[in-house]
Design a protein around this ligand. Structure first.
Ligand code: MN
Length: 482
């Protein structure tokens, strides 16, 4: 159990706080909020998980008002027996001051009933926990959301009351009998529900609609699920979208057979709100295209609500539009076996390693693999593509039976097509972590190179499974690409 830090901070000859022994799990997990009159008064929120109390220090009293977001600083795990601790921690000891039990009870892990079925610990790793408290003061569903954009190692979260029948405005004060609160505004037809899904701060300007519409009928995945997915993946995805002209792959009615509307949108309609950032760039035909820039979660979710399933982006950013910052080798399976795709990817990796060049691999989200290489040279698209072509030539020369750079589909046969033609200004590529518009709601998923084996099955990485995988990862395998 992770109680070493708890132990190290305390001298148990001086304090009456419980010793650091892991406890037996309760049949229903418990929570406690301790009012702690330390140097600064704060409220310690603790949730039972994995035999310990996961803990956050909340500087202001937790609120039942969904419009108030409370800072919650993650602190060390406490032993289960700490839940009943009250009394004085002596002067000179860690956390010196009076501790009172402010509220306690049992709770339910809401994340366990979502498609991803995360445990509390997995949800904490993923930076998003939802739980329903059965206390005397705190009742109904709350979210803890790790704050974005903070340096690694910082442990700041937000504690937010979700809208439900227990929510009420702050002026009513805590501890009063619960009163219902209006949750739906006219522009948010099912606003109550989506606010449960996206408690992160910026979602205020975005109204969501048709949350129950089936976007992936085969997987039973609704538009609400897709919005939830993009809300949760935003921290990982946005670094790969930010400041890149984007093309939207829109399926407003989802994947409902061959006659469902499915189109690529480059130009941002004038009807979109003015706060959606646009980059006006000349098109090849002497016209101007207003590309959207997906720079924050609010823009991302607005576009998803418009029926965008996949975001495609340029290889360059606004600052240097003529110079890509990475190069893509798209290993297109065609009618080749997936084993051959794996063999070609590994050989490409070996070729690049021989030249001391970093390479990153991900599933395309369909049947192929993408190998991405950072481009640090001063040269622009032309130079980047020539380099990629020469690497592809070498690759095909070593694997003549399995790989080809033949542009004609008929002449490729059952060989893997090594496509480097997308490395050009104005063309777009599939960034990591986007959903693909094919059955099963697959995700273009970064891999470690040792996962690239014949046993790899790209179809395993979907909207429903990806967060379990991410919860196990300490860091993004592709973090160093940019
Ligand atoms: Mn404390």
């Amino acid at each position: 159990m992770a109680l070493e830090e708890y132990k190290a901070k305390r001298d148990f000859r001086q304090t009456r706080e419980p010793v650091a022994k892991p406890g037996k799990a309760h049949r229903r997990p418990i929570f406690v909020v301790q009012e702690h009159h330390a140097r600064r008064l704060h409220y310690d929120l603790r949730l039972e998980a994995d035999g310990v109390l996961k803990s956050w220090a909340v500087p202001k009293q937790p609120s039942m008002d969904p419009t108030l977001k409370r800072l919650a600083v993650e602190v060390e795990d406490h032993p289960l027996s700490y839940a009943t601790f009250k009394g004085k921690i002596p002067e000179g000891q860690y956390g010196a001051g009076m501790v009172k039990i402010w509220d306690h009870g049992t709770y339910e892990n809401v994340m366990a009933s979502k498609p991803q079925q995360l445990t509390v610990s997995e949800s904490i790793d993923a930076g998003h926990v939802e739980f329903t408290l059965h206390g005397r003061k705190l009742r109904g569903t709350f979210a803890l959301v790790r704050m974005h954009g903070q340096p690694q190692g910082k442990k700041n979260w937000l504690l937010i009351k979700m809208k439900d029948q227990f929510a009420r405005p702050e002026s009513d004060g805590a501890g009063q009998p619960p009163q219902p609160m209006k949750s739906d505004s006219p522009e948010k037809p099912s606003g109550g529900r989506i606010s449960r899904l996206t408690p992160t701060p910026p979602a205020n300007r975005v109204g969501f609609s048709n949350l129950d519409k089936l976007m992936y009928p085969d997987a039973g995945t609704t538009k609400g699920d897709v919005l939830m997915y993009y809300a949760r993946i935003a921290t990982r995805l946005l670094p790969f979208l930010r400041d890149r002209p984007a093309t939207l792959e829109r399926l407003p009615d989802g994947l409902r057979g061959s006659n469902a509307s499915h189109f690529w949108q480059k130009n941002t309609p004038a009807s979109y709100p003015s706060w959606i950032p646009r980059a006006a760039l000349p098109s090849g035909q002497g016209k101007t295209v207003n590309y959207v820039l997906v720079n924050d979660p609010e823009v991302l979710l607005y576009l998803v609500n418009q029926g965008t399933l996949t975001f495609h982006v340029w290889l360059s950013r606004m600052k240097h539009l003529d110079r890509p910052d990475f190069v893509l080798f798209d290993l297109d399976r065609g009618s080749a076996s997936f084993d051959d795709v794996v063999a070609v990817a590994k050989e490409l990796h070996r070729l690049l390693e021989d030249q001391d060049i970093d390479a990153y691999v991900k599933t395309s989200g369909k049947s192929g693999l993408h190998v991405l290489v950072p481009w640090h040279e001063d040269g622009g698209y032309g130079q980047a593509r020539s380099w990629a072509e020469s690497v592809a030539h070498n690759l095909v020369n070593t694997l003549r039976e399995k790989a080809t750079i033949e542009r004609s589909k008929a002449k490729r046969g059952s060989r893997v097509y090594v496509d480097v033609m997308q490395n050009a200004k104005g063309l777009h590529v599939v960034p990591p972590y986007v959903l693909r518009a094919v059955p099963g709601a697959p995700v273009s998923t970064p891999l470690r190179w040792n996962e690239v084996t014949a046993a790899l099955d790209p179809a395993e990485f979907t909207l429903k499974t990806i967060f379990r995988r991410l919860a196990r990862q300490k860091r993004d395998p592709m973090a160093n690409l940019l």
